[in-house]
Ligand binder design. Structure first.
Ligand code: SF4
Ligand code: MSK
Length: 623
């Protein structure tokens, strides 16, 4: 691969300045390593390399069309895709289980470090799942709720609990196809079983179970993660925050939190506000302690507490290149191992907190339910002590931060609408809001950083399409100032009128990766209100710059739920016409939606727009 010009690598000023600094100081980044890895292995890219037994590895070509066992390219591609999305479903869902364990520890008195911050939501969800709450103590209800959620991970149920939210028509489709999600661990285990040598050797059958596994993620693992996080840490409501590398402070102790689960970062937040620790920082010559987020841990803290966001996936290394970060505290998922090395180029210490996500070279401070507060104080003290090691002459904070609005949980959206979704549905019917699109996911150095994320959102709002953002897309859209009410001037006239009247931006930040479950729920609520299926709605999903197994799992549960899903890059399935055909067309006949792949954000906007027009017409709605 030819060396790329910095201007072709990213659209952001802060990223460009830090890339230039990294180059000058000889610090390697993901872009450099991509160059070293390019061209990628064609067999891997096409998905036709099989490594699941030691008669192989086998790679399929014209000369060798079958693996040693006789598996063809369709079987191998389907198995690889199944295991790929299974990894993503496992990631989200194991995060969900950690949240349930935290709530259980609170309910049983095992910990006093955490508590229930949104009791009303606890009771509301308990009621929704059909058990008695009248006159009961909240800890009692929480204990029962966790028992139900633990069962959602197991194999004793015929369907996961939140299927009560799914429109009847959709449930019928899943039942007829045999893909109703039963239990998170059950579907994940079965996916691994099916893809063992000598089991599921029928590509469409394997793909259908991939859908079932991901539905267990979307409607159980992720949904449970979101709802329990709200119960424990509070349901997000609109608030202001700041974004980009300018949120770092050159005169303060800077602590970054990175990963996905708020269980660690919420305790770090408490510790940085501890007057005793602030005093200690001042004694060491700092003007205070500054906490900022990265990726989805950043989203969780920003949504609920307004903590500033330093950057998204491709900004994580560059945040350390500022030279201003004392410690980076991580939980799990999307954390590049290279952060240890980049940190070592400065005084920055990486601290891991979860036994399931240790990094060689990082310091491990194990967070458990009973010691969250104590461990957080320890981490903050370590950061303060490192402030003296900072070489101020190497510090460069490249830009001023940008304002954003965050906190649009479903509850907050309904409140902004005056108590129900009716005004939103009326606006959709009247064509003022022509449709809704969730833009979600990551960055990928194969694509110009945030170019697709930002331009797709801009194009869609111009077409009167409301955008809901989660994950790393949020930071991109925040930096582009699309998350401020003032950005309605960039929206079409209908969206301008509605968002203007409500005082909300045309792009709403609804959360982190697991919070895509909030989007599923909104779609289900609208479909139920209209008495139709989710696949009948003028809605779509998009992950323009995705990279991860989790993003593929999200895309898969989105289309299996009936939501047309755009991807900026294809998954590694192109080696099988059967699997590719299913993904981009065949599944449409089965589940009423499919994937569309288009790297150009302007063309992608046209595709999504055409889909929304089609759905509006079918519902008898005017344009
Ligand atoms: Fe090769 Fe079949 Fe083994 Fe895969 S399962 S490595 S195709 S022999
Ligand atoms: S962190 S999965 S890079 S959105 Fe959720 Fe960002 Fe994608 Fe990770």
């Amino acid at each position: 691969m030819e060396k790329r010009n910095i201007d072709d690598m990213t659209i952001w000023e802060d990223a460009k300045k830090m890339l230039a600094k990294a180059e000058k100081e000889g610090i390697e980044t993901a872009w450099d390593r991509l160059e070293q890895q390019t061209p990628h292995c064609k067999f891997g890219e096409q998905g036709v390399c099989c490594r699941i037994c030691v008669m192989g590895p086998c790679r399929i070509s014209k000369k060798a069309p079958l693996g040693v066992c006789g598996a063809d390219k369709d079987v191998i591609v389907a198995r690889n895709f199944g295991r790929f999305v299974c990894g993503g479903a496992a990631g989200h869902s194991d995060h969900g289980r950690d949240c349930v364990e935290a709530l259980h520890a609170v309910a049983t008195g095992e910990t006093k470090d955490y508590s229930i911050r949104d009791e009303a939501k606890l009771f509301r969800i308990a009621g929704e799942l059909g058990f008695e709450t009248e006159g009961r103590a909240s800890l009692d209800v929480a204990k029962d709720l966790t028992d139900i959620f633990f069962e959602d991970f197991g194999s004793r149920k015929k369907e996961v609990s939140f299927l009560c939210r799914v429109p009847e028509k959709r449930k019928e489709i899943w039942k007829n196809l045999g893909i109703t999600p039963r239990g998170v661990d059950r579907e994940i285990t079965e996916m691994m079983h099916r893809t063992h040598m000598g089991c599921d050797n029928d590509a469409p059958n394997t793909i259908l179970h991939s859908a079932r596994t991901c539905l267990a993620d979307g409607w159980a693992g992720s949904m449970i993660a979101t709802e329990v996080s709200d119960i424990l840490f509070g349901t997000p409501s609109p608030r202001k925050a700041k974004v980009n590398l300018g949120v770092l402070k050159d005169d303060q102790v800077n602590i970054l939190v990175h990963g996905h689960n708020p269980i660690v970062s919420e305790k770090i937040l408490e510790a940085v506000n501890d007057p005793e620790l602030i005093e200690r920082a001042k004694e060491k010559g700092a003007n205070g302690i500054n906490l900022a987020g990265l990726c989805c841990t950043g989203n969780e803290l920003m949504m609920r507490q307004g903590i500033p966001m330093a950057g998204n996936h491709l900004m994580t290394e560059l945040a350390l290149v500022t030279g201003a970060v004392e410690v980076i505290v991580v939980d799990y998922q999307c954390i590049m191992p290279s952060l240890v090395q980049v940190g070592n180029c400065f005084h920055t210490k990486m601290i891991t907190t979860a036994d399931k996500a240790k990094f060689t070279g990082a310091e491990h401070v194990r967070f458990e339910m009973h010691n969250g507060k104590e461990q957080a104080r320890k981490v903050v003290k370590m950061a303060i002590d490192r402030f003296a090691m900072r070489d101020q002459s190497r510090v460069e904070i490249p830009v001023e931060p940008v304002d954003i609005t965050t906190g649009f949980s479903n509850e907050a959206i309904i409140e902004a609408l005056g108590g129900s979704l009716t005004p939103l549905i009326d606006a959709i019917k009247a064509g003022k809001i022509r449709g809704i699109v969730g833009i979600v996911g990551c960055n990928n150095p194969k694509l110009k950083h945030d170019h697709c994320n930002v331009n797709l959102a801009k194009e869609l709002i111009k077409k009167d399409i409301l955008v809901l953002a989660t994950g790393c897309v949020t930071t991109a859209l925040g930096k582009a100032e699309l998350l401020m009410p003032e950005s309605i001037s960039q929206a079409g006239p209908g969206l301008q009128e509605i968002c203007g009247a409500l005082g909300i931006p045309p792009v709403l930040h609804v959360g982190s990766c697991v919070d895509n479950a909030r989007i599923l729920q909104v779609c289900a609520l609208i479909a139920n209100e209209l008495g139709v299926d989710i696949s009948d709605l003028p809605v779509a999903a998009s992950s323009p710059e995705w990279y991860s197994e989790k993003a593929a799992a999200i895309g898969t549960y989105a289309f299996a739920s009936g939501i047309y899903t755009h991807l900026g890059l294809p998954p590694n399935i192109l080696g099988s016409e059967t699997v590719t055909g299913l993904a981009v067309q065949g599944l449409e006949d089965l589940v009423g939606a499919c994937f569309a792949v288009e790297p150009d954000p302007f063309k992608a906007a046209e595709l999504i727009d055409a889909r929304i027009s089609l759905k509006r017409k079918a519902l008898g709605l005017s344009e």
